[in-house]
Design a binder for this molecule. Structure first.
Ligand code: PLP
Length: 388
């Protein structure tokens, strides 16, 4: 069966299954061996080589979902990002990095690259011209994240890919927020896609993992570095990730549907000052998002009116959990200033437009009306507290 012709739900359910030839079980067996026979075999299997049966087969599912030739699974999203970067950057090289991006990635670049003599420039904005202006003669990589964390800015993926191709620069993208269900950057011209699989790919807030997908040539290069750095994922967790990914499309579609309705509800709410969601017509890059995403995703952010304390509001929520991470089937909220972007200075946060009032909302699969009612009652109670 040609994988290209398979629908997304079929890829999620079946691609990368290991057939249980011995007992004919319905699901992939787990191979926990860290030691494999090496006589007369083509592949020297070892977990740190990212090629145990479970690692190898699940990679096929991720590659199929990202329309890539190959993929690798890592022990975390940061392992995926760092191994990917180190595969393409050496002393004296330069990377152009989008300014608005996950705080951990920003921190990694700022803290680790100077130790290795790798130069970096964070763009001023996220327009194609901002990326172009940051390119130097020694630029080897351009890294983007769209929609971005936490302000949901949308970068012109085709525009950046075209610019990079013209200048002979490799492009990498963090596709975590969209997930492969809502965006396939390789189809838009991007070279390498990475995910924090801790988020939508895992989807149940119980797996820490990462993934990278690209063509075979780029993946071979990443593998050569990764086998030395050693950030692979244990086979038991790989197996759990396979199980989770069977419902990836179902979950993400349900979450996206809820997010669209909640963005509209918040946008029309008198006590909400601003909503950041690419699916809203008022979002500055709404048309761009429509042209490059399959759907608008299940992440949004919003600011309550001045005077309604964001932290107090969060404490009043009964159903929606306060949570550090995102993309689980359960809805969660957090204050980026206290969590994902807490490692940045106040000035850096202000430059990025991340105020103390900003609340990031990861929309889950719960019934829409229950989520809406939870927000309503929490705003009402917070307002009463202010008046008291
Ligand atoms: N990229 C994005 C967009 C994220 O939100 C995160 C984590 O929150 C990461 C990367 C890092 O992933 P991990 O926590 O799995 O290392």
């Amino acid at each position: 069966m040609s994988k290209k012709k398979l629908g997304t739900n079929t890829i999620c359910t079946h691609v990368g299954e290991i057939k249980d030839k011995q007992f004919k079980g319905a699901i992939s067996p787990i191979y926990l061996s860290t030691s494999y026979e090496f006589d007369n075999v083509d592949i020297k299997r070892y977990p740190r080589y990212f090629n145990t049966p479970n690692q190898e087969y699940l990679s096929k599912k991720i590659a199929a979902l990202e329309h890539a030739e190959a993929a690798m699974i890592f022990g975390s999203g940061m392992a995926a990002i760092s191994h990917m970067f180190f595969a393409f950057l050496k002393q004296g090289d330069h990377i152009v990095v989008q300014n608005a991006l996950y705080g951990g990635t920003t921190n990694f670049i700022r803290e680790e690259f100077p130790k290795h003599g790798i130069e970096f420039t964070f763009t001023d904005g996220y327009a194609v011209e901002d990326f172009e202006a940051a390119i130097q003669d020694n630029t080897k990589l351009i890294h983007l994240e769209t929609p971005s964390n936490p302000l949901l800015t949308v970068t012109d993926v085709r525009g950046i890919a075209k610019l990079a191709k013209k200048r002979g620069i490799t492009t990498t993208i963090d596709n975590t927020f969209a997930s492969p269900i809502n965006q396939n950057p390789i189809d838009l011209g991007i070279d390498i896609v990475m995910h924090s699989a801790t988020k939508y790919l895992g989807g149940h807030s119980d797996i820490l993992a990462g993934a990278v997908a690209s063509n075979q040539e780029h993946m071979d290069r990443i593998w050569n570095v990764s086998k030395n750095l050693g950030g692979s994922l244990s086979d038991f967790t790989v197996w759990m990730l396979e199980r989770s990914m069977k419902t990836l499309a179902l979950r993400v579609k349900a979450q996206t549907k809820n997010a669209k309705k909640l963005a509209k509800f918040l946008d029309e709410h008198d006590d909400v000052a601003k909503v950041y969601y690419p699916g809203l017509k008022s979002h500055p890059e709404h048309k761009l998002a429509r042209s490059q995403m399959h759907d608008f995703g299940a992440m949004l952010s919003f600011e309550l009116n001045e005077g309604i304390d964001a932290m107090a509001f969060q404490k009043q929520l009964q159903l929606i959990k306060s949570s550090m991470s995102l993309a689980g089937v359960e809805s969660t909220m957090l204050l980026p200033s206290e969590t994902s972007h807490a490692l940045l200075t106040l000035e850096q946060r202000a430059d990025l437009g991340i105020s103390d009032q900003l609340i990031r909302f990861s929309v889950g699969i719960e019934t829409f009306k229950d989520l809406k009612n939870d927000i309503k009652q929490a705003i009402a109670k917070t307002k009463v507290e202010v008046l008291a």
